[in-house]
Design a protein around this ligand. Sequence first.
Ligand SMILES: [Zn+2]
Length: 254
Amino acid sequence: MPEGLEVEIYRRAAVALVGRRISRLTVDDRIAEADVADALPGCSFQAARRIGKLLLLDTDGPTVGLHFGMTGRIVVDDDAPIEELVYGSHRDDPAWDRFVVDLVDGGRARVNDPRRWASVTLDPDTSALGPDLLALTADDVRAAVAGRRAPVKAVLLDQRRIAGLGNLCVDEVLFDAGIDPRRPGGELDDEDVVALHRSMATCLPAMLARGGSHCGSVSPDVRAELPPCPRDGANLRRAVVGGRSTVWCPSHQR
Ligand SMILES: [Zn+2]
């Protein structure tokens, strides 16, 4: 958290910045490159884009790249698109504002992050990122898993393969597609790839519409309580796969 879905919600909030000019920046230099504070005042925002978990704010000067770490969020004009992250703090402490943009029109945007793992870069290199989670073709999914000996769970978490999937979204699409997260990525056959792509194309927009990556079948509550599988009643399993806590159904995920 936040995964690509949350950053898409942030991006939509950041569209409100387009056309507005920066008057002043206040930056926690522990999360930003040294030149950020000097390069941006006077610039106007021109677009809010996103690749995976990276929010890109284009200006008529540099492009600002925002990574939100584990607990970061954006607040534009005091409108927080996500009031509280599932694993985040429930408070909005000004001491956690790591990047504050004051606008000429009196508005303000800020990145609030209790744990200070957010980061701000100028003109970030995005060439290593895979295709975005909300714009995938079946061929993208096929290319992402092809030849990979790592568990498909780990492959899908690799931002170089597909950009924007995090732990909750990966468990959700594998649950929906009926694929065991421990299977080596390269062992998925074409039927599996098509099913996985279909699950991504349906589950991810549906979760986004409901509020983010915590709004799927394998929700944080389900992960904590491990109720019977809603599809077939089998006992869900939880184990570390690909370095992350993973929940799946051993009955219908094969
Ligand atoms: Zn099941």
